[in-house]
Design a protein around this ligand. Structure first.
Ligand code: PLP
Length: 399
């Protein structure tokens, strides 16, 4: 017998991956330049020059066992020291290197913290639309995934819905801001309200409700928007971070879990994080990347390039009549499908070789996600195809 649950996850690949594979097949037929693939969140903007230069320098000067060897299970001390120093200088915090556990990216960070916190009967609340892998990570950790609908107009937290979603079994709430797939940044006012509500409910239920902030897009914000650093607003906050997007290194698999001293049972949580890392086989994040971070933490890819892409596609699509919440961060546009069935809309887009991800698995049916972290030239060349798609829905788009 084979694990049925795992077979299920293997058989039901993510809709994003399916679309990406479809795109590769189409490219073989019609040519790569004629397929407009907006499926994957794979950054097209280059890693900062310093990051590549540091890698080369390390390889040339430290190409020994130290560079490629195992680090401490929780990560190299100098790397963790550099990261907390950077965080403390940017956010006025007081973290120590022993608050950090280095991981293979945010996916591993989430899986580790969810595993570390889990006790039987737990529920974890996520806000729609959410990164579809949350459900997989939560359910395979044993807990129940509770989807909480956001305000349909702004995609900000709806506090009535959140109140209804919380109960004595709630172990944690996950926030992801800037958000994948909507690009929405939760306002400071809402983060303050969220903190107050969780505090009230933690007291009422007699146990901590942890706030897990999933922040791979923390630095990818535009027009001077500030992303509240959540540990300052709610005591029981654990941070899951990744350099996949900020340094454009998704294939290098590097990130961390940050367990502040202030959270309830901080020592136990950190030890359980170490235990979960061990149990999941995730100890010792990539060594070369940890050495790069020691020198390059705090750097960010060119935000202006992302903003240019965002403005180009947002302005063009809204001009055509498509509706979407203005994305203040990340590199996604969350577009309301002109027809109820977003899967049918995504299928219709395929005839123009436009690959748009239907958002049912993000918990918000009736939308498609456009990952605009692609070549600006491709966005430009895709606009006539979007025009043709819009022409099929003139009435629905009010044109
Ligand atoms: N969380 C969100 C919201 C994401 O969008 C992603 C990746 O796209 C991840 C987590 C996983 O990131 P990583 O590549 O660091 O594992």
């Amino acid at each position: 017998m084979i694990n049925e649950a795992m077979k299920n996850y293997g058989n039901n690949r993510s809709v994003i991956r399916d679309l990406f594979e479809f795109g590769n097949q189409r490219k073989a037929v019609v040519g790569a330049d004629n397929v407009f693939d907006f499926s994957l969140g794979n950054p097209n903007v280059a890693a900062p020059a310093d990051v590549n230069a540091t890698m080369i320098e390390l390889l040339n000067t430290k190409n020994d066992i130290y560079l490629h060897g195992y680090t401490s299970a929780q990560g190299d001390a100098a790397c963790r020291e550099a990261i907390v120093k950077d965080l403390n200088s940017r956010f006025g915090t007081d973290f120590r290197k022993d608050n950090l556990y280095m991981t293979c990216g945010a996916a591993a960070s989430l899986k580790i913290i969810l595993t570390a916190l889990y006790t039987p009967g737990d529920e974890v609340v996520v806000f729609t639309p959410f990164f579809p892998e949350y459900r997989v990570f939560i359910e395979t950790s044993g807990a129940k995934c509770v989807a909480c609908a956001t305000d349909p107009d702004t995609l900000q937290i709806d506090f009535d819905n959140l109140r209804a979603a919380l109960n004595e079994n709630t172990k944690a709430v996950i926030v992801n801001s800037p958000n994948n797939p909507s690009g929405v940044v939760y306002t400071e006012e809402n983060i303050i309200r969220l903190g107050k509500l969780l505090e009230e409910k933690s007291q009422e239920y007699g146990h901590a409700i942890y706030l897990i902030t999933d922040e791979p897009y923390r630095e990818l914000v535009y027009d001077g928007i500030e992303v509240p650093f959540v540990t300052k607003y709610y005591r029981d906050t654990v941070v899951c971070y990744s350099y996949s997007k900020s340094l454009a290194l998704p294939g290098e698999r590097i990130g961390y879990v940050l367990v502040p001293d202030e959270i309830t049972d901080a020592r136990d949580v950190y030890v359980a994080v170490c235990g979960a890392g061990r149990a999941l086989g995730y100890v010792c994040a990539p060594s070369l990347m940890q050495h790069v971070l020691e020198k390059c933490t705090g750097q960010v890819s060119d935000i202006n390039e992302y903003r240019e892409k965002r403005d180009l596609i947002y302005n063009a699509l809204t001009e055509m009549g498509f509706k979407c919440v203005h994305p203040d961060g990340a590199f996604y546009l969350f577009v309301k499908s002109p027809i109820e069935n977003a899967n049918a809309f995504s299928e219709a887009a395929k005839q123009f070789n436009l690959l748009l991800v239907p958002a049912d698995s993000f918990g918000t049916p009736g939308y498609v996600r456009i990952a605009y972290c692609v070549a600006t030239d491709m966005i430009r060349r895709s606009l006539p195809a979007f025009e043709k798609l819009a022409a099929c829905y003139k009435e629905e788009l009010g044109k």
